[in-house]
Design a protein around this ligand. Structure first.
Ligand code: 13P
Length: 284
């Protein structure tokens, strides 16, 4: 199977009440770990890279690796640009073979967010690529993107139908209280807001900042209409902790195949648990 876009995968999730995990990958080991876990669980899966990961490795390298994974494993795999920050980067990723693009204009004034998102949607749809946008803004740190909690704004449900109609976007990331990175205090999600938004539009909704969100909150968010769930920090922590353990036990270790394999294994375990929680196992 080749890489697929998100239309059928996320629509099926929306209709049948489960969510598909979108896992941020950073290198070949984390990419392999996510795909291996999804294959073991027979789940569709979204591999995603942020602009700074692309700067670090290159969109062509990720696209080649994701295509190889899709050819090897018979499950739907989507390659997605997470928090795309420009039209130019969207073009580069589409050219390389990404099948889904997030264009994040959430920091822009509303009308400018519409103009930018629409421009990306027109291009992406002309070549069968799907688009995610964001309305409201999600607090926290993700790579070099930082949104102060005071500056973050929850998604206004009244604006959602207008935004979806004007942009033609396929999926929408909403701000209901999650944050990128690790949580310091109690996680509080605005479930009433989610319910309202879900009742107003017919597009799959995306939950960012899901690392550290209690399982009960995740189940409820899926029940109320979340179809795509982004996980980054928990994978980074798992990968790093496994490698730290290797060096603690054997400070002389110098074979990257050994310490990276420990990281990869740990990420497989985390992803499998998330797939079980999201209910996407067996839906490939
Ligand atoms: P976390 O780092 O909180 O898992 O957030 C991931 C995310 O939303 C990626 O866009």
């Amino acid at each position: 199977m080749g890489l697929v876009n998100s239309v059928f995968v996320l629509r099926d999730a929306m209709i049948n009440g489960y969510a598909v995990g979108a896992f941020n990958v950073y290198n070949i080991e984390t990419l392999k770990a996510v795909v291996r876990a999804a294959h073991e669980k027979q789940s569709p899966v979204i591999l995603q890279t942020t602009p700074s990961t692309i700067k670090h490795i290159g969109e062509d390298f990720f696209a080649a690796a994701a295509k190889a994974a899709a050819a090897k494993y018979n499950i739907p795999i989507i390659l997605h640009l997470d928090h795309g920050n420009s039209f130019e980067l969207a073009v580069k990723c589409i050219r390389a073979g990404y099948t889904s693009i997030m264009i994040d204009g959430s920091h822009l004034p509303y009308e400018e967010n519409i103009v930018l998102t629409k421009k990306v949607v027109e291009l992406a749809h002309s070549v069968g690529v799907t688009v995610e946008a964001e309305l409201g803004s999600i607090a926290g740190v993700e790579d070099d993107m930082y949104v102060n909690e005071d500056k973050s704004t929850f998604t206004d449900p009244e604006m959602v139908p207008h935004f979806v109609e004007k942009t033609g976007v396929d999926t929408l990331a909403i701000a209901i209280g999650t944050a990128h990175g690790l949580y310091k205090g109690e996680v509080k999600l605005d479930f009433d807001r989610l319910k309202k938004i879900h009742n107003l539009v017919d597009v799959p909704l995306v939950l960012h900042g899901a690392s550290g969100v209690p399982d009960g909150h995740i189940r409820k968010a899926i029940e109320l209409g979340i179809s795509k769930i982004n996980i980054a920090t928990e994978l980074k922590v798992a990968f790093a902790n496994a490698i730290k353990r290797v060096f603690k036990e054997n400070p002389e270790e110098n074979d990257p195949r050994k310490y990276f394999s420990a990281g990869e294994k740990e990420v497989v375990d985390v992803v499998k648990k998330k797939i079980t929680l999201f209910g996407s196992g067996g839906k490939a």
